[in-house]
Design a protein around this ligand. Structure first.
Ligand code: SAH
Length: 264
């Protein structure tokens, strides 16, 4: 297995690159790809930058040029529902591009000529991810996040949610727009800007993927407040510890060959 790890923002991935054994940097298409070993798993880390095109380009390159066999996206997201709170963790069960609308030619959200609006991540990898997320909250959380930060961001008892993640080329900071999306997309738990693009690429290339998001904001008018502080001091820790747990488990118990068929 060769695991590709994508994040959108530098702060989200810095710790992983630092933890890499024998890192080798390769620059391609205006991005830095770091190949090496993460807790004995062969891995390639890269920042996609923000948005669906950037993420799709990065995922494609990881597969075609770096030969990754699995992709993990870790990053932050806005809450897609009132039951999801800042500091909670979301593991995608399905991903949709919320700004895709070719109606009336195709149903709203459907990616034309694929017949699909919802893309499914790999079940095995997603299960590993949610287990690692639960273990992180139970075993690492209090040590990993300082009391000050827990207080500042009111991280009382963070939870793990599985559900629908919606991606679009827009930072969601408007309550009404979010309410509209929430109504149109049952089961919505998070809004972000990359996951569904990665999921589409992985579907088309037959590569298993999984998406992990730490909730950084409520996707409303306050969404930008303290955003970078949260990413640095909270989300980066979540991503680091959860990825560490996933890699260790992948080493101990490799995944079964996936049922995803390889693309042509
Ligand atoms: N203020 C930031 C912009 C980050 S854009 C800056 O100055 O750099 C937001 C990033 O976090 C994207 O990668 C997206 O996937 C995720 N994200 C977090 N909250 C979001 C929200 N409310 N709406 C959309 N994307 C969000």
């Amino acid at each position: 297995m060769r695991l590709g790890i994508i994040s959108a923002l530098y702060e989200e991935q810095q710790g992983l690159v630092e933890a890499m054994r024998g890192p080798a940097k390769l620059i391609h298409g205006m991005r830095e790809y770091w190949a090496g070993s993460l807790w004995e798993i062969d891995a390639v880390c890269v920042l996609s930058r923000i948005g669906k095109v950037a993420a799709a380009m990065t995922a494609t390159t990881l597969v075609e040029k770096f030969g990754v066999t699995h992709i993990l996206f870790t990053g932050v997201a806005g809450a897609g529902d009132k039951t999801v709170r800042v500091g909670d963790i979301v593991v995608a069960e399905a991903l949709v591009q919320h700004d895709m609308d070719a109606s009336p030619l195709f149903p709203r959200f459907e990616v034309p000529l694929t017949g699909l609006s919802h893309f499914q991540p790999d079940q095995q990898l997603s299960l590993r991810l949610s287990r690692a997320a639960h273990d992180f909250l139970e075993l690492d959380f209090l040590d990993a996040i300082s009391e000050g930060e827990r207080h500042t961001f009111r991280l009382a008892q963070p939870r793990v949610h599985r559900g629908l993640v919606a991606s679009g080329d827009q930072f969601m900071d408007d309550r009404e727009r979010l309410d509209g999306l929430n109504k149109a997309l049952p089961g919505l738990v998070a809004v972000e800007m990359e996951g569904a693009a990665v999921a589409q690429v992985c579907y088309e290339l037959g590569v298993p993927c999984a998406v992990l998001r730490t909730i950084s904001d409520n996707a409303n008018e306050n969404a930008a407040t303290d955003f970078m502080r949260f990413v640095k001091s909270v989300a980066a820790q979540y991503a680091f510890h959860i990825t560490r747990r996933v890699c260790r488990e992948l080493k101990e118990a490799p995944l079964q060959p996936s049922s995803v068929s390889a693309g042509t």
